[in-house]
Structure formats: structure tokens, C-alpha cells
Write a protein that binds this ligand. Structure first.
Ligand code: GTP
Ligand code: ZN
Length: 366
């Protein structure tokens, strides 16, 4: 296996500690990972330093898509494969979800810990089914996942999956979604019939890595199988009565595609909180931001201020009220998360891994 086909680069090579072997993490189970090396797949346990770092901060846990350094185990400890996962190499991008913030007396409360869903991802496919059981496509869910995607450093792309279920309503739906996702490519996909798969493929050329996020039953695994040209992921065969998912996929998994590129399939996510609080939300609501530039007051909250261009746009029908509500909700959540200063610090760790690993290496090397 040529590691460059898995996304290996010279800058990663420069960060590889002497005496270690590079590997890409394909899947993580408790305390161990399935990795792909130049010699093929291996199963390796986490080394002591990785376990310590992860105990202090869950964001440090090796994750699907990570590049890792494998170190040979001492000769007397070769019960496993002879190697352990000694270090996580600097992450280029990271999709980090927060816990769920719940409304409570005096604002929001909840869980502010982070979890890395996937690392070193170039393209984030946000999959939303045209129909999810009895429900229509959920625009709010698209917005939330787009915020997460923008924060990751990867490029988001929206996929309206199971597009065949929309019937005549498809063009209208795609138009609505395009307005909900300014600056983002939107594709309709009917993976079971193979429709739209080539357009998806077009985003994963060369040795790019993509991830598919979306609710259970969105048809993520069906799409991944269509891209792979074989059944690499199990999909639900028998339709549940309500047509929604039952979490067929239980692990996040990295799959090299024939002809180049890699894709990460993920289990359906039920509730996902924001974690990093950079410009993600503003990018999702770019047109609200643009409108706000026309408000009379620069600190306009678009609640009831005179000369508010955002409220005027709602009045004129240019901006759907749902959009402003959704913007408010995600902004509130992002602000709450930002008020947890340690969370912000940890969010930066996900990206600035380099500094930390380098410092650790300096300390531990004789
Ligand atoms: N009508 C229609 N059904 C589809 C399409 N793609 C997938 N499905 C069906 O939707 C159901 C769920 O598909 P999966 O691929 O397992 O969905 P998933 O998003 O991977 O679900 P989880 O693994 O639970 O997260 C299955 O019954 C599929 O056959 C499609 O293009 N059109
Ligand atoms: Zn305003």
C-alpha cells in the first residue's frame, strides 16, 4: 500500500518521530485501533502516553482519520502485533462535537466536553434525507452540521439523500436547501438507484478524505457502498415501519475507495452540540450577517430595534423567520460554549495538536 494514496504527505513525514512507523487510523475500539500501514492493516493498542493524554482530555483520543506513529513493543511484549500506537500526529482538520446544551434557568446548561468525530478530513458531506420516515428534510439539522463542518477546517457539501422519495417536490426542496447553505455545494443523491453518486465521487478525487455525517437512516452506508462499488458497510435490509434508522452502522470507519480517495462512514448522530466557537455559525448564516451590515445600530440584536435590516428582510419575505430563529439558537449555544473557557482551549488543542505533541516529545526524549 502506497501511503500517499491514504493521504500521507511530506509535512506529516517531518513530524514522524524517529524509529516509528506511520499508520492511518481506520477504526477505533476501546483502547485499540485498526490501522492501515504500508504493509497492510494491523490492530494496535494505545501506548501509555496516548492513554494518559486521552484521560486528561477526550479530544486527545486517537480517532478515525488520524495519522499515528506506531512504535515497536519490547521483545518480551509481543502478544499483540509487535507495535503500539505511540503518538497521534498533528491533525490538519478535526470535526469536534460538543455535548448537548439544554435550556435551563438563566440560560443554557449541559455537557461541554468535546469528542472528535473524524480527523484529517478534506470534505464533510452533510447527508439529510429528502424524507425521514414521516418527516420532511430537516433544515435545522443541516444548519447545525454545517456549523460543525465549517469549524472543522474541511469543506462542507450538502447531500439530499433518498432524493427519489421527494418526487415532484425535489426541485423546490433543493432550492430551499441551497438558500439554507450559502456558499456550499448541494447535490441530490438516490444512492440505491446509483443517481448522483458520480457528483459525490467528484469531490473525493486524488487522495482526499471525506466523511459522511447525518441522522440514522439517511442512507449514508448505502452511499458509501455505491462509492466503493461493493458492500463494505452493512445497511439495513428490512425497512423499519417508520422508515427511520436503527443505527445499523455502529463504528466510524475509514474506507479507501477504488480509484483513489477515502471516505469515512459514521453512525447516525442523534443530538450534536457545537464545540468550537470560531466562525462556523456566521458562515452558515452568511446572508444574515450581510443583512446585519445594513442595520442602523452596529450592535443590533435584530429583536425590535428601529432600522433593523434583518427584521425588514423578514417583513419583506426575503429572509424566512425560521432562519433567524435557527441563527439565534446556534449563536446562543456557541456563546454558551465560548463562556466555558476551558472548552475553547481544548477546541484549539484539536487543531494545534502540533505544538503539544512537539512539547511532549521534547520532554520525553533523552
Ligand atoms: N428510497 C431510498 N431508500 C434508500 C436510499 N438509500 C438508502 N435507502 C434505504 O434507507 C435505509 C437506511 O439506509 P442506510 O444506508 O443503512 O442508512 P445509514 O444512514 O447508513 O443509517 P445508520 O447506519 O443507522 O446511520 C435502508 O433501508 C436503505 O435501503 C435511496 O436512495 N432511496
Ligand atoms: Zn438588526
Amino acid at each position: 500500500m502506497d501511503l500517499r494514496r491514504l493521504g500521507w504527505t511530506g509535512s506529516l513525514a517531518a513530524d514522524l518521530p524517529a524509529g516509528t512507523v506511520p499508520a492511518r487510523v481506520a477504526r477505533v475500539d476501546r483502547g485499540a485501533a485498526e490501522v492501515i500501514t504500508a504493509d497492510g492493516p494491523r490492530r494496535v493498542r494505545f501506548g501509555a502516553r496516548v492513554r494518559r493524554a486521552a484521560a486528561a482530555d477526550p479530544v486527545a483520543l486517537p480517532c478515525v482519520g488520524d495519522w499515528a506513529a506506531l512504535a515497536p513493543l519490547p521483545a518480551e511484549d509481543v502478544a499483540g502485533d509487535g507495535f503500539e500506537l505511540a503518538e497521534v500526529l498533528p491533525r490538519r482538520t478535526a470535526i469536534v462535537r460538543g455535548g448537548v446544551a439544554r435550556p435551563s434557568r438563566g440560560g443554557l446548561s449541559g455537557d461541554s466536553t468535546g469528542q472528535v468525530l473524524a480527523a484529517n478530513v478534506d470534505v464533510v458531506f452533510v447527508a439529510e434525507p429528502a424524507r425521514h420516515g414521516p418527516d420532511p428534510a430537516n433544515l435545522g439539522r443541516i444548519e447545525r452540521l454545517l456549523a460543525l463542518a465549517w469549524e472543522s477546517g474541511g469543506t462542507p457539501v450538502v447531500l439530499i439523500t433518498k432524493a427519489d422519495l421527494a418526487g415532484d417536490a425535489l426541485p423546490g426542496l433543493l432550492e430551499e436547501v441551497a438558500r439554507t447553505a450559502p456558499g456550499v455545494d448541494v447535490h441530490a443523491v438516490a444512492a440505491r438507484a446509483g443517481e448522483g453518486v458520480a457528483a459525490v465521487r467528484g469531490h473525493i478525487g486524488g487522495s482526499r478524505t471525506a466523511v459522511v455525517l447525518g441522522p440514522s437512516g439517511a442512507g449514508k452506508s448505502t452511499l458509501v457502498n455505491a462509492l466503493a462499488g461493493e458492500e463494505v458497510m452493512p445497511t439495513r435490509q428490512v425497512r423499519a415501519r417508520d422508515g427511520r434508522g436503527r443505527h445499523t452502522t455502529v463504528h466510524r470507519e475509514l474506507i479507501p475507495l477504488p480509484g483513489g480517495g477515502l471516505i469515512i462512514d459514521t453512525p447516525g448522530i442523534r443530538r450534536v452540540g457545537l464545540y468550537e466557537t470560531g466562525e462556523g455559525v456566521d458562515r452558515v448564516f452568511a446572508e444574515v450577517d450581510e443583512l446585519a451590515a445594513g442595520c442602523r445600530f452596529s450592535d443590533c440584536a435584530h429583536e425590535s430595534e428601529p432600522g433593523c435590516a434583518v427584521l425588514a428582510a423578514i417583513e419583506s419575505g426575503e429572509l424566512p423567520p425560521r432562519r433567524l430563529e435557527s441563527w439565534r439558537k446556534l449563536r446562543r449555544e456557541a456563546e454558551w460554549m465560548a463562556s466555558r473557557t476551558d472548552a475553547r482551549l481544548r477546541g484549539e488543542q484539536a487543531r494545534r495538536w502540533k505544538v503539544i505533541t512537539k512539547a511532549m516529545r521534547g520532554r520525553n526524549r533523552p
